[in-house]
Design a protein around this ligand. Structure first.
Ligand code: ZN
Length: 140
């Protein structure tokens, strides 16, 4: 069982608490703050990488359509400060976005949906769209 408390920007108290029961308690998700090596003109803000066991029992990279054991989430401090110059709310939104991927959320199919899972720099927390997406995936 993992618990996430995601503060919403500008609110003194967390407005959402996400819970899920992992099918693989020996493989918790891992969260890092790292340093990206950005090619010219690119700015990698964060990444989520899922892992699964292959038929030999070895841990290997998975695709997002696989059922994965765990994932790693990394947000890139240098990208958020040097590359984009994010303020605090934008950094929280970026971290929330990557945690959303570790919960199995994808980018919205509609570019106009208000969602923390939209790509790019924004300063919003989880929206109704995101909460409904979590409920659709994990239940109420
Ligand atoms: Zn993303």
């Amino acid at each position: 069982m993992a618990h996430f408390r995601i503060p919403i920007s500008g609110s003194p108290e967390p407005e959402i608490q996400l819970k899920f029961r992992s099918a693989s308690p020996n493989y918790p998700d891992k969260y890092y703050v790292g340093t990206a090596t950005n090619p010219p003109g690119k700015c990698n803000l964060g990444v989520q990488v899922p892992y699964k066991k292959n038929w030999l029992g070895s841990i290997v990279g998975a695709s997002n359509s696989d059922t994965w054991l765990y994932s790693t989430v990394t947000i890139y401090h240098n990208s958020m400060t040097d590359c984009v110059s994010m303020d605090y709310a934008e950094k929280v939104s970026n971290a929330t976005h990557e945690v959303g991927h570790s919960l199995g959320l994808d980018h919205p199919s509609s570019g106009s949906a208000s969602s923390v899972m939209q790509q790019g720099v924004q300063s919003i927390g989880p929206t109704t769209y995101d909460k409904n997406d979590i409920i659709a995936k994990w239940g109420p």
